[in-house]
Every structure is written in C-alpha cells, then in structure tokens.
Write a new protein. Structure first.
Length: 136
C-alpha cells in the first residue's frame, strides 16, 4: 500500500460545484484541504458535524461524505465536495488510477483498499488532478 501525498494545498479544479455536489458541515477536529471526511451523526448548532474519515475499520468513520474544499479548524464550517468534482491534489498520479480511503492516514487516500476503505473514492484525471467519485 502507498499513501497518496498531497502536492501543495489541494483545491477545486472544476467549475464551481453545484449544490448536489456540496455538503456544508462543522469540523469536529482540524481538517486539511483535500482531507476525506465523514459525518458523525451529530449536529452542532444548525450544521452536521464532520470528522476525518479513516479506513482502519469497517465502521461509520469509513463512510466518506466528501473531500474538504479548504482547511478548517475545529468548530469552523467546512465545505465537502463529492460526486464528480475535480480537485488539484497530488503530483505523479497515474491517470485512470483509483484511490481508496487510507487505513493509516486519517483523511488520506491510498493506492490500495483498506479494511474500511474498500470503495474507490477518487480517480486520477491526470498527473495532478483527481475526480471525487459519485458513489461515496
């Protein structure tokens, strides 16, 4: 297995995503741009709470809601993108390769499936851009 390293700060590469591709949540922990997140099932004020997803176990934390559009500190709103949004993410990515939720790096991507990360959540479009998959 090989963790997929971020190159610089991940950012949106496609046109402005539409509402069906976006979830607004409140970060329960510090979240970095491009981190995979899940919804914890709790609410904070008027927003669902998001935390870093992990594929370490086949549980709720392995259910990815989307990738963070930008960094957010704990308690701040965070925008999660999913379903066809393209993001600048890494360097040296293999076009067409699928990436899974990491079982060792919270919020990270990996080249192979993990215990809880058995679904491809992103696919490389070119050497630096991923497409966040619709089936997450």
């Amino acid at each position: 297995m090989a963790a997929v390293a971020k190159a610089g700060t991940p950012s949106v590469a496609s046109r402005t995503p539409t509402a069906e591709h976006v979830t607004i949540a409140r970060a329960s922990v510090d979240i970095g741009a491009g981190d995979a997140c899940y919804l914890t099932g709790t609410m904070s004020a008027d927003l669902p709470v998001a935390a870093l997803a992990t594929g370490a176990a086949a549980n709720a934390a392995a259910t990815v809601e989307g990738l963070a559009a930008a960094a957010a500190q704990a308690g701040e709103p965070v925008t999660l993108y999913r379903g066809g949004v393209h993001m600048h993410y890494g360097s040296g990515l293999t076009p067409g390769a699928g990436y899974f939720l990491s079982g060792t790096v919270p919020g990270g991507l990996d080249t192979v499936a993990s215990t809880g990360g058995v679904v491809v959540i992103a696919r490389a479009i070119n050497a630096s851009v991923i497409r966040v998959m619709a089936n997450i």
